[in-house]
Write a protein that binds this ligand. Sequence first.
Ligand SMILES: [Zn+2]
Length: 540
Amino acid sequence: MPEEQSKLKLLQDAILAGNIPQMVLNIISYALDVRSSDIHIEPEDNTVRIRYRVDGVLRQIVEYPHNIHPAVVSRVKIMSNLKIDEQRIPQDGRSTVTTKDNREMDLRISTLPTVRGEKIVMRIQDKSRKIPDLPELGLQGSALKFFEDALKLPNGIILTTGPTGSGKTTTMYSAMARLNKVDVNIMTIEDPVEIQMNGLNQSQVHPDIDYTFANGLRTALRQDPDIIMVGEIRDRETINIAIEASLTGHLVLSTIHTNSAVETLTRILNMGVPPFLLTASLELVIAQRLVRRLCENCKKPVQPDPEILELVKNAMDNLGSTDEIDQEKLKNLQFYGPEGCEECDGIGYKGRLGLYEIMRMNNELRKLILTGASAMEIEKAAIQNGMVTLEQIGIIKALKADTSLDEVYRVAKKMEMGPGKKSTKKKMENPEADSVEDVTESMKKEEPATEKPAKPAVSPPPKVKVEKVEQINNPAKPAPAPAPAPAPVAQTVQTEQAAQAEQAAQPAQQEQKTRQVQTAPSNAAPQVQSEGQRPLPSEN
Ligand SMILES: [Zn+2]
């Protein structure tokens, strides 16, 4: 087989040949090639489509006929030790794939019965990926300094916040890599342990047997820790123990689900934490997002809409720290956009970078929190103390031609738009204040032109680099059992509503693992691109 023949072509050939094991293998190996984080296999009316999430955005890859779908599902279930005869309930499993260069990929597989058949989502995790250092994540200037200073503290709480898939876990791991020294005991309580690091004591929660974040954190405190990382703070019990740990001399790192640094304060107060305990323990809040990087090869200068330019000017008017941008660029306001070329599969973007809004606690902010100041007042003070908001740092990255304004505002839909906006005008102590409403509100207000990725009906990102494909063509060790004959698909009544309901289904985000099975590596030995190209997974 000539090397230049792409894996996509191989996948299409396997579909045409009806070779199911080969097809499943090619689906996975092509996904690894294009740095995909999730594979979606979705039955539709007449066909089944395969989409990949690449750099945080779904891309349609290929379609195959409905009649072979049951065999594909069975094949995937065998790979991950799921029950092939159970098609009525969702199932979760996992499997590992070892690549040719001996990297272990963890596949987390979720099936969901839909009205048109079972939908499969496979999340790909590169267990051996290199952990990027903080500057490689996109941290720079005062934000980087605030973060580095906080990591040197003997005790206190450092929180990372942002929506699902904003890179929080990677940031945590990068911080852990900095802290990982022989003279400190680092305990982690995670769900799941995504990357294993030598030197850390990593523990995975099991909520089904009551080993929760809160219990894990309590236990960790009895293990003579210096630094504790808790996967997520989502309830009062966990935050209370985290505060206790901080007050008794430990550095605690965790993530929390909010939309901005200041909103995190509201969230914690709403959990019932008295303001004095919050100010006594919290040291740093990092709000983050991932934006796609413009393709170096084809980015071009663009003239943004006057409306967007207005937003840009408003945001940059109250820039608190000027260490990240030179004034010349700020005057010219020259932005760049995607074009699309062979390098980037015609998308115009390749890879991602982080936007970070870092709020460092100081006495001024503590005083404001204790006196019940509004979120807006606190944010204003934080900006005066050097915090650069997500929107501002996004614009700065766009001025540096790292990303586009469209991309910043696509992600900005989920961010608070700086002081002066209605969404931040609530009182800190108001227990009813619910962050979700505010977000939806700001989403309605700012409806930027969303960049739609190219969506070819069947296949073709133009050209894919493939190094070697022999292993794919020649599965050395066949899987334990052959794919069984396709079971009849239960396709009875199909209403429009039900069809829409399916669209909303996103099982990948539900990672409750009721059943985890570790299977031996299947015959796959897919080829993967260089390590550095997938530094930011769409995690947790
Ligand atoms: Zn390009």
